[in-house]
Design a binder for this molecule. Structure first.
Ligand code: SDX
Length: 392
């Protein structure tokens, strides 16, 4: 079937990749990381606990989490030459363009990890990548807004460190709001992995050739950027801005239902979830809690809820099993945390780095791994004979 991507790293070509990391039941709206429901993980665990689980297959015990956390903190800084990479970008370069370029260039600094058969090299890659992606994302934000880079502060937890690197300035002290850090921690858990989505499949496809893993992660960042994938969280806020007011919702919905308009309800629909996206349910609840706790009154939340209410009662959407996905409400929370729209997808990339790294390790650790080589349905001309140009 055209458009169906069958990935074949050594398995039969009729099935896709095997993986033990994440389980999705799209009809039941079930999402498990290593067997644990994502709602329970979001409620009871920190993002780093979940990162350890996704990487290692089990939730960490106290000392294991402490060792993992301190290893991540140890690797948060990036080579000073990397900071100079940002000088080459124009001020208005999109942060995802900067992330793609700078993460790819990590492969120029770390040659040891190309030896992906050595478990120690695989682990150091995992810790370096998870530790450095917030530093790079924060640097992209600072570059875009013309502010000096802020170095990591390793006494801070993972999400507080990211918020500090983004919003602190040398001129005055900055105290991270713990409500904001907790909200980000929950969002990162919900975005950490999602089995064979487009960006993770891209990382696995690139990684299956044996390329440097940092370069494979950069390929995943490029794939995530698209508005059909991780770029949707940014597109949702742009869409809400365009709609502007609840009175314009019905007119917008009519445009969406006109196939010729090419307009889609961003943040709705999913290739796998044909019921509800369990992450969207949690994020909607978090939206209300976070905006209330931060005393933010954002009319976009009311607009989004009206849009959802109309869509869920509309036959066009019900017939196509279109429900809110992970991107529909997440941007409203990011905005309440002071994160600008062009940094929404970089936030997604920070969280999904855990899944990308875990899938890369799972794949390269498999002795049966072979290079990915999808096939196609050929729709071109049948074989024919070339005639010399004088006869054409
Ligand atoms: C993510 O794969 C993952 O796991 C991704 C992700 C992850 O965690 O990695 O979950 C993250 O990418 C979530 C999706 C974010 N994207 C968006 O919100 C963009 C808007 N949604 C879409 O463009 C769309 O729904 C996709 C891309 C998500 C899915 O595209 P599909 O698989 O082509 O959609 P489909 O086959 O289910 O569509 C069925 C019908 C079609 O209409 P008909 O041709 O049958 O008449 O529904 C229509 C589609 O045109 N449709 C929409 C729609 N999504 C599908 N119509 C209006 N608005 C939409 N959002």
């Amino acid at each position: 079937k055209t458009g169906v991507f069958t990935y074949d790293p050594g398995f039969s070509s009729t099935c896709s990749t095997k993986s033990a990391i994440t389980y999705i039941d799209g009809d039941q709206g079930i999402l498990l990381y290593r067997g644990y429901p994502v709602a329970q993980l979001a409620e009871h665990c920190s993002f780093l606990e979940v990162a350890y689980l996704i990487l290692n297959g089990e939730l960490p015990k106290g000392q294991e989490l402490q060792n993992f956390d301190s290893s991540i903190r140890k690797h948060t800084m990036i080579n000073e030459n990397l900071n100079r990479f940002f000088e080459g970008f124009n001020y208005d370069a999109h942060p995802m363009a900067m992330l793609t370029g700078v993460v790819g260039s990590l492969s120029a600094f770390y040659h040891d990890t190309t030896n992906n058969k050595d478990p120690r090299h695989r682990e150091i890659f995992a810790h370096r990548m998870i530790a450095k992606i917030p530093t790079i994302a924060a640097a992209a934000y600072k570059k875009y807004y013309g502010q000096p880079f802020m170095y990591p502060q390793n006494h801070l937890d993972y999400c507080s460190n990211l918020l500090h690197m983004m919003f602190a300035v040398p001129a005055e002290p900055y105290h991270v709001n713990p409500i904001a850090a907790k909200a980000l921690d929950i969002l990162f858990t919900l975005h950490a992995d999602h089995e064979q989505n487009a960006s993770t499949s891209t990382v696995r496809m690139a990684g299956s050739t044996g390329t440097n893993p940092y370069a494979a992660i950069a390929a995943g960042i490029a794939a995530l950027w698209g508005p059909s994938h991780g770029g949707a969280n940014e597109a949702v806020l742009t869409m809400l801005d365009e709609i502007g007011d609840v009175k314009n919702v019905q007119g917008f919905m009519d445009k969406v239902k006109d196939k010729n308009s090419g307009v889609r309800l961003m943040g709705f629909g999913h290739r796998v979830y044909k019921n509800f996206d369990p992450r969207a349910t949690i994020i909607r609840e978090q939206c209300h809690k976070v905006l209330q706790a931060l005393k933010v009154d954002d009319p976009k939340l009311e607009l989004a809820m009206k849009l959802e209410e109309i869509a869920l009662s509309d036959d066009y959407f019900k017939a196509r099993k279109l429900y809110p996905n992970v991107d529909f409400y997440s941007g409203i929370i990011y905005k309440a945390l002071g994160i600008p729209v062009n940094m929404f997808t970089p936030m997604f990339a920070v969280a999904r780095t855990v899944g990308w790294v875990a899938h890369w390790i799972e794949m390269v650790s498999d002795p049966a791994m072979r290079i990915a080589r999808p096939r196609q349905v050929y729709t071109g001309a049948a074989e024919r004979t070339v005639s010399p140009i004088a006869q054409r």
